[in-house]
Design a protein around this ligand. Structure first.
Ligand code: PLP
Length: 420
């Protein structure tokens, strides 16, 4: 209660803004994930890896826009690409070279991707990938993970009446036996297995290599297609987590950071599957979307991926993330705190428990009040992060910023030691 009180006192303009916005936006915003008690903090701007609240406080941006903010807020290369694209005109309504350039780069980088199609969001990408799998296999069922997240209309952490009503069957993450049992029940009606190679929203829970490899075998044995949702995880190695594990899915989806900070999504995979979207094919599938190839995203994404997030930078950025997470976990264990950070590379989530976290249900055993306290204490220390405790490191963060995160975590585990 004290932490919420302090947050309220420090953010009077955010409170006023929340009240104003709530008159025209349900709950004062258009993204449920950004809402938190007592009211969400409103931002006035960002620069590098910092954001400024409406109340004029500068925070280290540890949220990194749920992985889409990888490049920070003012990368000069991306800005220049956007400026150039602006000079060339908006809403062109035709194919452009940057569209093909970005597609070529992505097909080169991700082993699964022979052909790609762009969308406006990761949600849309997943809906299309699943739709393609169901169409091509002539089967109906879609295996997903309990607690998984593939977009606002494919959310499995809680009952969601707005989910697109595919006939879902559920497995438990990192439990191959549960996946096999579910596949057996679905019989020859299993169209696809849709899985994140690391659960992101579910709590940065890494997939065991054996589990992911087992899903590949299961798909092969049952004739279902394996779809990796790499909307978040594709940033974790030069070829996504599929490259890290040496497992090639039939289809994959992407989104978030790949648009250089602009709206983006995409899906792709095996050429023989994706070719159905060729309009000249005899039985072509229609895939439209006014802004799929919008010039700003295509140009920003191409510059970001070809000039900024190059394979060397990807490896170095994620190695630094691994070192920071190890450091944070050492701080927790040295303090004797039942607190841990899970994740891979530049993505991590704090969990107020010392018990191993391998499935989504493991995250539910942690006290939600401690999760809330961690969020408010970190914000009070000047580190902005996801309400659920997720931190995504951005490229502009230097050692000083990593130190700042470590210091904030250290002061949290010290101050709250009796509770942890
Ligand atoms: N898939 C995963 C794994 C995600 O984390 C998200 C968003 O958080 C999505 C899909 C949906 O992407 P978007 O928000 O662009 O629709």
């Amino acid at each position: 209660r004290d932490a919420i009180q302090r947050f309220t006192e420090k953010n009077p303009k955010s409170l006023a803004q929340h009240r104003t916005a709530s008159a025209v936006l349900p709950g004062g915003n258009t993204r449920t994930v950004l809402y938190h008690e007592p009211f969400p903090m409103a931002l006035s701007g960002g620069e590098g890896c910092y954001v400024t609240s409406l109340d004029g406080v500068r925070y280290l941006d540890g949220l990194g826009e749920y992985t889409a903010g990888l490049f920070g807020h003012s990368d000069p290369v991306i800005r220049a690409a956007i400026d150039t694209a602006l000079d060339g005109g908006l809403v062109l309504g035709g194919h452009t070279r940057p569209e093909a350039g970005l597609a070529a780069l992505l097909c080169d980088r991700f082993p699964a991707m022979d052909l790609v199609r762009f969308t406006n969001s990761g949600t849309e990408a997943n809906l299309l990938a699943v739709g393609l799998a169901r169409t091509l296999t002539g089967r109906s069922k879609v295996m997903v993970t309990s607690g998984g997240y593939h977009g606002s209309m494919m959310l499995f952490a809680a009952p969601n009446p707005l989910n697109v009503p595919f006939p879902y069957v559920f497995m438990t993450y990192n439990d191959l036996d549960s996946a096999k049992a579910t596949a057996a029940e679905a019989g020859d009606d299993l169209a696809c297995i849709l899985v994140e190679p690391m659960m992101g929203s579910g709590g940065c829970i890494a997939g065991d290599p054996d589990f992911l490899r087992g899903l590949r075998d299961l798909a092969d044995r049952t004739g279902a297609l394996l779809i990796f949702d790499e909307v978040m995880t594709s940033r974790l190695s030069p070829g996504g987590l599929q490259l890290t594990h040496g497992i090639t899915p039939d289809l994959m989806t992407i989104g978030k950071y790949i648009g250089g900070g602009l709206t983006f999504g995409g899906f792709g995979g095996r050429g023989d599957l994706m070719r159905r979207f060729d309009p000249a094919a005899p039985d072509a599938l229609l895939h439209a979307g006014t802004f799929n190839n919008n010039t700003l995203t295509m140009s920003a994404g191409l510059a970001a991926m070809s000039q900024v997030y190059t394979p060397d930078v990807i490896a170095a950025h994620n190695a630094r993330g691994d070192r920071l997470r190890d450091r944070l976990n050492a701080i927790c264990s040295d303090a004797g705190a039942a607190f841990q950070f899970t994740g891979i590379g530049s993505m991590m989530t704090a969990h107020p428990t010392a018990a191993p976290i391998r499935t989504y249900s493991d995250t539910l055993s942690a006290d939600p009040r401690l999760r809330a306290l961690f969020f408010f204490d970190m914000v009070d220390s000047g580190v902005w992060l996801a309400r659920r405790g997720m931190i995504n490191l951005s490229l502009p963060m230097g050692d000083a910023e990593h130190d700042r995160i470590a210091e904030a975590v250290e002061s949290f585990v010290t101050l709250r030691a009796p509770l942890l």
